[in-house]
Design a protein around this ligand. Structure first.
Ligand SMILES: [Ca+2]
Length: 340
């Protein structure tokens, strides 16, 4: 343990540490006389967080300063790398600009569920949204970088539902949306890519074309095999063949994809700003926890939007439809896109 003029709790001497790495230490002095260091980490560093522990001025007041130092270190040094990380060069920027504005969020229409009511004005600042859902290929880069964990079916579903997880078929489904990811995995990928998950407000604003208030991303026409990948005539037979119950399709035509489709396969379903697959393919995690629009209750569950390849009811594909799950949920219907 090194000794410095600032005390005896310093675990390393910062000078040789600075000389031998790309990390930088910033000296911190609190108003109550406590000294310490904040580590400005290089992304590639694997140095443990305790190296950032604050230094006390003397042993006379060791307990409280050490406690404060520990809290300071945990708050500043153990934040995700991505907040200061460079965007991985392998990830192309496929975002589109969504100009800000005010729109009526939610719906009072006869098709609206209770949690979509009442429609209410919301202002959204300009932001950028991924044009497509995050693919198996892109997510794989994050896994191979050692940042993201592998997707899988959720808990007791693993045995039977694993076949639907695109991660298990990386060669044939590299351009399909990554699915079977929980909320932390989705948020972690976006952070690694220098982005974030969109809020629920941003998602709906983009899907509705703001004040145009579209019922579906493409307009008001009912969903069909040309607009999205939902459960068409191709879907029930595939489920039965894999040993699952048959369920009713959304439309009686074949959209070509019994499970997920490569992202961007339905250009006729694009939003006003060219965002693809906002309806169908996979439900998309948002950054927002569920709260009733009337303020009556809230839940610690992220909201998902957009419907999926398994959707049999066209109402689930509406731009105002809301779905929420426990953040640890993973399923073949769940994916995401990022924003910034
Ligand atoms: Ca389909």
């Amino acid at each position: 343990m090194a000794r410095t003029k600032w005390g005896q709790l310093l675990r390393v001497d910062p000078l040789p540490f600075l000389a031998s790495s790309k990390n930088r230490l910033k000296k911190i002095q609190r108003s109550d006389g406590i000294f310490g260091f904040k580590l400005l980490r290089d992304k590639s560093s694997d140095l443990p967080w305790w190296i950032c522990l604050a230094v006390c001025r003397s042993l006379k007041r060791w307990f409280l300063p050490a406690l404060l130092g520990l809290a300071l270190a945990a708050a500043t040094c153990k934040t995700p790398h991505a907040s200061t990380a460079k965007v991985p060069s392998q990830i192309p920027d496929n975002t589109v600009e969504i100009p800000g504005g005010t729109f009526a969020m939610g719906s009072d229409s006869k098709d609206a569920n209770e949690n979509e009511r009442p429609a209410h004005p919301v202002a959204v600042k300009s932001f950028r949204l991924d044009r497509t859902e995050v693919t198996v290929d892109a997510y794989g880069l994050c896994v191979r970088a050692g940042v993201c964990s592998e997707p899988d079916a959720y808990n007791d579903q693993r045995g039977s539902y694993r076949t639907f997880c695109n991660w298990k078929h990386p060669q044939s489904r590299f351009s399909h949306p990554i699915n079977c990811v929980d909320f932390p995995q989705a948020a972690g990928f976006c952070a690694w890519a220098g982005k974030r998950l969109p809020t629920e407000e941003e998602w709906e604003y983009a899907a509705r074309a703001g004040s145009e208030g579209r019922t579906y991303p493409w307009g008001s026409d009912k969903p069909d095999q040309s607009r999205l990948n939902a459960c068409g005539s191709e879907c029930p037979a595939n489920l039965v063949a894999k040993g699952f119950p048959r369920w009713s399709p959304m439309y009686e035509t074949d959209d070509g994809w019994p499970e997920t489709a490569p992202v961007g396969s339905f250009p006729a379903g694009a939003s006003k700003h060219g965002v693809l697959d906002l309806a169908g393919n996979v439900w998309e995690w948002t950054a927002s926890e569920y709260a009733a629009y009337d303020g009556s209750h809230a839940e610690k569950k992220p909201v998902l939007r957009g419907g999926s390849w398994g959707g049999g009811d066209p109402r689930t594909e509406r731009t105002t439809n809301r779905f929420r799950l426990d953040p640890s949920s993973r399923a073949q219907f769940l994916g995401f896109r990022c924003a910034k």
